[in-house]
Design a protein around this ligand. Structure first.
Ligand SMILES: Cc1cc2nc3c(=O)[nH]c(=O)nc-3n(C[C@H](O)[C@H](O)[C@H](O)COP(=O)(O)OP(=O)(O)OC[C@H]3O[C@@H](n4cnc5c(N)ncnc54)[C@H](O)[C@@H]3O)c2cc1C
Length: 510
């Protein structure tokens, strides 16, 4: 056996990041002989507690750590999510959905949307939404699990995620991680000790005087970055000029309004409001730019736009868009908010934790801490942030709104180079290109570019290999199959009841 193995992993922080890391490490390497995994969290400091909407990759994470979906849904008061509905983003009064999964069926080796663009050119007015099972089912309050075993059904490529209570999710993961041998210590870290020669962190000291020593420290301490920034001095790449929202005010409310398996994002004068329906309550928040709106105005707008009665006092949160230039320095790896933050418009933060864990596992170090491997981790992590950043900026840049200084600023911003190229490629012949490992796949870019009102001038020439009549006929058939499949899916409410949840009656959207 190698003699330079990591023996003691210390996770600093018990929010979603800390407990996801603890559960994953416990599952994947917990049985390594002589390895201990310890998590430190402070009840007095608490967690940020607002990350409640996810993207489909979470299903893989849950599977990887051995979570039973029904138990998870019951115990975290989760609902299903088939996409995000964007209201008033393109212009006031307009709405569209960014669904998980695909649109239609690719034909002749060409993406479906080129045939849809051709049909539009022929005068067909069927909206793109009609070709997405996620949208058609989601808007009707319906849900079913994907059926990869039925390759001819629209359900084969349905994508889904969850909306859950963040506090219950952390508690759920804690039970799981502790069952896998992770040891938890409660207490506030008041001092960090380092090795004089290497600069590596050797131990953290709690207010109780207890010292916890480690070989590898995973910093999940939230925005402050207790180890990565305050101890190791990581710099922060600030993207406020591209993503000016820097605050949020959040409040849960009682159930009311539509209860569809979709997260909703409603654009407001200086940002946007989220609505995340859970089994027992709705999570709400207004993400805004403090340069354009006061905290009091934001809270008043949020409280005036709830579908139920508020269940708590509004909570203010401050942040900066961006990430640490180096998420891994020496023997400290930052995950979660300690590593960076991009506003929750596309529910990507929990995914960034997940991809950080996957990357850490792929490059799990020895006590030699190979500089090349650390550099690879940092470059790939930074690229993840860039990819998501560009997708978020798209929502703000491609808008017709000019009704406030905030929206005029967004419309007028100069997009980063990669995004500028993507916009120009789509506006030309509807081409969507992404790097191999980019998080958001072609259908996501299509959903938002089309939803925000970018209309390509042309389409892929191969689409003309189908005659006009056949193009229209095939599209009509696809939309019909999707419509019928969506109608035959159960209501989400029924699925939740079958899983043993006892939610208050969820109302079907009108
Ligand atoms: C407004 C807003 C909305 C969001 N919405 C979403 C969303 O819809 N979807 C999504 O994916 N993500 C969302 N996020 C992000 C999501 O909330 C976080 O990624 C997630 O909760 C992980 O947080 P964390 O564990 O990194 O930090 P935290 O939850 O802040 O946890 C930090 C932990 O470190 C501990 N700690 C800190 N200092 C010390 C100390 N000195 N001693 C001991 N312990 C310490 C704390 O006690 C706590 O346990 C949102 C974030 C914000 C701000």
């Amino acid at each position: 056996m190698r003699d330079d193995l990591i023996r003691r992993v210390v996770i600093v922080g018990g929010g979603t990041a800390g407990w996801m890391a603890a559960a994953a490490l416990g599952k994947l390497i917990g049985r390594m002989p002589g390895l201990s995994i310890e998590l430190v969290e402070s009840d007095a400091i608490g967690t940020v507690g607002v990350g409640e909407a996810t993207i489909p990759h979470i299903v893989l994470f849950n599977r990887m750590v051995g979570i039973d979906e029904a138990a998870f849904v019951r115990e975290t008061n989760a609902t299903y999510k088939l996409g995000i509905e964007f209201v008033d983003w393109r212009r006031i009064g307009h709405r569209y959905v960014h669904p998980f999964g695909v649109y239609g069926i690719d034909m002749l080796g060409v993406e479906f949307h080129h045939f849809w663009l051709k049909a539009r050119a022929l005068g067909d007015t069927t909206p793109l939404d009609a070709y997405s099972i996620g949208i058609m089912a989601g808007l009707r309050g319906r849900f079913a699990h994907p059926r990869p075993d039925q390759p001819n059904s629209p359900l084969a490529k349905l994508g889904y995620a969850f909306q859950f209570d963040a506090g219950l999710y952390a508690a759920f993961l804690r039970r799981l991680a502790e069952g896998l041998g992770v040891r938890r210590t409660e207490g506030r870290i008041v001092d960090v000790q380092r090795d004089g020669a290497s600069g590596h962190v050797t131990a953290v000291r709690l207010d109780s005087g207890v010292e916890i020593a480690g070989d590898l420290f995973i910093d999940c301490s939230g925005f402050q970055g207790l180890l990565i920034e305050k101890t190791m001095g990581a710099s922060f790449r600030d993207w406020t000029h591209w993503l000016p929202c820097d605050r949020a005010v959040a409040v849960p409310c009682t159930l009311g309004g539509d209860q569809v398996p979709l997260t909703r994002s409603t654009a407001r004068a200086a940002g946007w409001q989220w609505r995340i329906p859970l089994q027992h309550r709705i999570g709400n928040g207004y993400v805004y730019a403090s340069a354009h709106l006061s905290d009091d105005e934001a809270a008043a707008t949020l409280l005036a736009n709830l579908d139920g009665a508020p269940l708590a006092e509004p909570r203010q949160l401050r942040f900066r868009a961006g990430h640490r230039d180096q998420a891994w320095i020496g023997n400290v790896v930052a995950l979660g908010l300690a590593g960076g933050f991009l506003e929750p418009l596309e529910s990507t933060s929990i995914h960034l934790i997940q991809s950080g864990i996957a990357r850490l596992m792929a490059l799990f170090p020895t006590r030699g801490f190979d500089a090349l491997e650390i550099d690879r981790f940092n470059r790939d992590t930074a690229q993840d942030y860039v990819d998501i950043r560009d997708f978020l900026i798209l929502h703000y840049k491609a808008t017709e709104r000019d009704d406030s200084a905030f929206w005029r600023r967004c419309r007028d911003l100069t997009p980063p180079e990669g995004l500028a190229e993507k916009l120009a490629m789509f506006a030309g012949n509807g081409r969507i290109f992404r790097r191999q490992e980019e998080l958001f796949a072609e259908p996501s870019w299509l959903a938002v570019m089309n939803g925000q009102g970018i209309v390509p001038r042309g389409y892929h020439p191969v689409a003309d290999l189908l005659s006009d009549a056949e193009t229209l006929e095939r599209l009509k058939h696809i939309a019909q199959v999707i419509d019928e499949t969506a109608d035959a899916m159960p209501l989400q409410d029924d699925i939740l009841r079958q899983m043993g949840c006892t939610p208050p009656p969820l109302r079907q959207a009108s």
